[in-house]
Write a protein that binds this ligand. Structure first.
Ligand SMILES: [Zn+2]
Length: 183
């Protein structure tokens, strides 16, 4: 078991469009790491770049909130279509601790993705799962919930955002200092 630190706002990896996942021999271990890290942080969804990995891979587990739902793993995902009525729902984000915002999103999403056995699927999702998928897909494209609200709403969180940015820079700097001593 490996629990990774969640990468916060201000780290450049969260602004990247994540690359394809190709080495399926790694999926079993990666999946466990992602779930362990997400459960430790008490989230219901986690994208690979939120633990510093530039990979098109995310997980969702809403089984605590919706009976019968199981943990999901989505690989090399692409949104085919978003449709249905748009609704507002309050979203938080593990990479933006202390911030939650009312986010407007379409009700349904059609996702093309690979499962762990490399099979391709095209499936429609709605409800909380559909919303979580849209949130995680945003991460894989470098988009945060703060990008999905108006300037007026975002400004309320300016102090928090600046603080997160500062801490991420500090963290990256101490990491690169550490790496300087690896021979
Ligand atoms: Zn998030």
């Amino acid at each position: 078991m490996a629990v990774f630190d969640i990468v916060h706002y201000g780290d450049p990896i969260l602004r990247k469009k994540c690359g394809s996942f190709t080495d399926f021999s790694r999926i079993e271990k990666l999946k466990v790491d992602l779930f362990d890290s997400m459960y430790e942080a008490e989230g219901i969804g986690l994208a690979a770049n939120q633990i510093g990995l530039d990979l098109n891979l995310f997980i969702v587990d809403i089984s605590n909130l919706e009976d019968g739902d199981e943990p999901h793993v989505f690989i090399n995902s692409e949104i085919v279509k978003k449709h249905g009525e748009k609704g507002i729902y309050q979203e938080g984000c593990l990479s933006l601790p202390g911030i939650s915002l009312d986010i407007l999103r379409p009700e349904k999403v059609v996702l093309k993705y690979q499962s762990e056995d490399e099979e391709w699927h095209e499936e429609e999702f709605d409800g909380l799962l559909g919303r979580a998928i849209q949130h995680e897909m945003d991460h894989l494209k470098g988009v945060f919930i703060v990008d999905r609200v108006s300037e007026v709403e975002r400004i309320q969180y300016n102090t928090e955002l600046k603080e997160l940015e500062k801490n991420s820079k500090k963290r990256l700097k101490s990491q690169s200092n550490k790496m300087g001593f690896v021979l």
